[in-house]
Design a protein around this ligand. Structure first.
Ligand code: CAA
Length: 420
C-alpha cells in the first residue's frame, strides 16, 4: 500500500507593518470600494529593507521547527521557492540553512518560476518522499516573497510580503497530497516579469489575468482527467469540481480567486458529457454561481485579504487561512489547489485534510502573528518604499523574527529577536 505523503505542519511570517487599503485608496484619489470590493483587499503588508526574503523565510522556518518541535536531524531537503532572490548565485535556502543551523547532510536549493516556484519545490519534496529516495527523511519547503510594483501604479494595491514554511513528510497531518493526479499547463508569455537589477515587477495586468485563467483551464483539465480515471471524482448529478470540499487558488488579490473559480466551473460546464444544450451565456451565468464561490472558496481568503500578494506563498497563505478557520470541519475531506506563476506555469493538484489539522493550526496562532503588526500611514509606507535596498533601519528584530542588520561587500548578516 502507498504511504501517504504531504504537509505535516506549516508556519507563517509577515513584516511588522501594514497599510490599510482604504487609506491608500483615499491617498490615491480612488474610490476605496475599488480596492475592497473590486480587488477584495483589506490590508497590505509592507516590508522594510531589513525584512528581506531571507529574513522572512528564516523567521517562518524557525517558527515551524520550534512550534512543532521538529528535530532538524529528520530533514534531508530544504527548498526555498522565491522570485525575490538576494543574489544571482547564492540561494536564499543556504542563508536559511545557516541561520537555523540545519544539518550539512541536506539537499539545499531554491526553485524559481514566478509565483509557481513554491509549488515546484513542494512537488519536488513530495515526489522525493513518495519515491522512497528520502528513506524516511522529511523536507522543509519555504515560500518567501516581496510583491512590489511601485508607488502610483495599477499594481500598487496588489503588493504584499511574507513567507510560509511547510514541513513535508509521511505524516501529512495537514494535507495528504494525491500523488500522481496533478495537472500542469505552461506557456512562454510576457504577462509579468522582473528584469535583472530591478526591484519592481513589470506587469501587463489585464493580460496576466487572461494568462492565469488559460493556464488554470489546462492544469485543471489535466488533473480532472486523472482524477476521473482514478474515480476520485465522476460526472454525475454534481460537476467534478463541485465534488471537492474546497478549492484554493493562487491569490494575487482576492477577487482573482473568484474569477479563477468561475473559470474552473466553466471548464466543467463546457466539458460535461450529456449536459443539456445551453447557450454560452447561460453557462457563464451558471459558472459565476455566488453560492458555489461562498461554499468552496470564500473562507480561504481571510489571511490573503490582510497580507496581500505574497507570490509563491499566496496559495499556502490560503491553505493556512482555510485550515485555521475550518481545519476541524474539513478533516478527511478532499480539496483542490491551483498554483500559478507568470511566465507562465500552472499546476492543479488535490489532497485530503488530515485529522490533526485543527490541532496543528492552533499552534500556528495566525491571529497573534497578525495582531502583533503595526498599522502605518500612507506617508510612512511611501517612506519605506523609497528607501534604497541597503538602507537598513536600526531596528531590533521583532519577537522570534530574523532581520537583515548588515550588508558589507554584498555579504549579508542577520540577527534574531528573542522568542515571544
Ligand atoms: N467599486 C467597486 N468595484 C470597482 C470600482 C468601484 N468604485 N472601481 C473598479 N472596480 C472593480 C472593477 O470593475 C474591476 O473588477 P472586475 O475585474 O471584476 O471587472 C476591479 O475593480 C479592478 O478594476 P480595474 O480592472 O479597473 O483595475 P486596474 O486596471 O487598475 O488594475 C489589476 C487591476 C490589473 C489587477 C492591477 O492591480 C495589476 O496589474 N495587478 C498586478 C498583476 C496581477 O495581480 N495579476 C494577476 C494575474 S498574474 C498572477 O497571478 C501572478 C502574480 O501573482 C502577479
Amino acid at each position: 500500500m502507498k504511504r501517504p505523503v504531504g504537509v505535516e505542519a506549516l508556519s507563517i511570517a509577515v513584516p511588522r507593518r501594514y497599510v490599510d487599503l482604504e487609506d491608500l485608496a483615499r491617498a490615491r484619489g480612488v474610490d476605496p470600494a475599488k480596492y475592497t470590493a473590486g480587488l477584495g483587499a483589506r490590508e497590505m503588508a509592507v516590508a522594510d529593507p531589513g525584512e528581506d526574503s531571507v529574513a522572512l523565510a528564516a523567521t517562518a522556518a524557525a517558527r515551524l521547527l520550534r512550534t512543532h518541535s521538529v528535530d532538524p536531524s529528520r530533514l534531508g531537503m530544504l527548498v526555498v521557492g522565491t522570485e525575490t532572490g538576494v543574489d544571482h548565485s547564492k540561494p536564499v535556502s543556504s542563508h536559511v540553512q545557516g541561520l537555523l543551523k540545519l544539518p550539512r547532510s541536506m539537499r539545499v536549493f531554491d526553485t524559481q518560476h514566478a509565483c509557481y516556484g513554491g509549488t515546484a519545490g513542494l512537488m519536488a519534496a513530495v515526489e522525493w518522499i513518495a519515491s522512497g529516495a528520502a528513506a524516511g527523511r522529511s523536507a522543509l519547503v519555504v515560500c518567501t516573497d516581496i510583491a512590489r510594483y511601485g508607488l502610483n501604479t495599477a499594481g500598487e494595491p496588489t503588493q504584499g510580503a511574507g513567507a510560509v514554511a511547510l514541513l513535508v513528510s509521511e505524516q501529512p497531518d495537514l494535507l495528504a497530497v494525491d500523488v500522481g493526479l496533478s495537472g500542469a499547463s505552461s506557456m512562454d508569455v510576457y504577462d509579468f516579469w522582473r528584469p535583472l537589477g530591478r526591484r519592481e515587477a513589470v506587469v501587463d495586468g489585464h493580460y496576466s489575468i487572461q494568462c492565469y485563467l488559460e493556464a488554470l483551464s489546462g492544469a485543471y483539465r489535466g488533473w480532472r482527467e486523472r482524477a476521473l480515471a482514478h474515480e476520485v471524482v465522476r460526472w454525475g448529478a454534481t460537476l467534478p469540481g463541485e465534488q471537492l470540499a474546497r478549492i484554493l487558488y493562487h491569490v494575487p488579490f482576492c477577487k482573482m480567486a473568484r474569477k479563477a473559480h468561475t473559470q474552473l466551473r466553466l471548464c466543467d460546464l463546457e466539458d460535461a458529457p450529456n449536459a443539456p444544450a445551453t447557450s454560452a451565456e447561460a453557462r457563464e451565468e451558471l459558472a459565476k454561481s455566488a453560492a458555489s464561490y461562498e461554499a468552496q472558496v470564500a473562507s480561504s481568503l481571510t489571511l490573503n485579504a490582510r497580507i496581500g500578494n505574497v507570490y509563491t506563498a499566496s496559495l499556502y497563505l490560503a491553505l493556512a487561512g482555510l485550515l485555521h478557520s475550518e481545519g476541524a470541519a474539513l478533516a478527511g475531506r478532499r480539496m483542490g489547489l491551483l498554483s500559478y506563476g507568470s511566465g507562465c506555469a500552472a499546476e492543479f493538484y488535490s489532497g485530503v485534510v488530515g485529522a490533526q489539522a485543527a490541532a496543528r493550526m492552533a499552534r500556528v496562532d495566525a491571529d497573534a502573528v497578525l495582531a502583533r503588526r503595526e498599522r502605518i500611514s500612507v506617508e510612512e509606507y511611501e517612506h519605506i518604499m523609497r528607501l534604497p535596498y541597503d538602507a537598513l533601519e536600526s531596528l531590533s528584530p521583532g519577537a522570534d523574527a530574523f532581520r537583515l542588520v548588515e550588508l558589507r561587500d554584498h555579504k549579508r548578516r542577520y540577527a534574531e529577536g528573542s522568542a515571544a
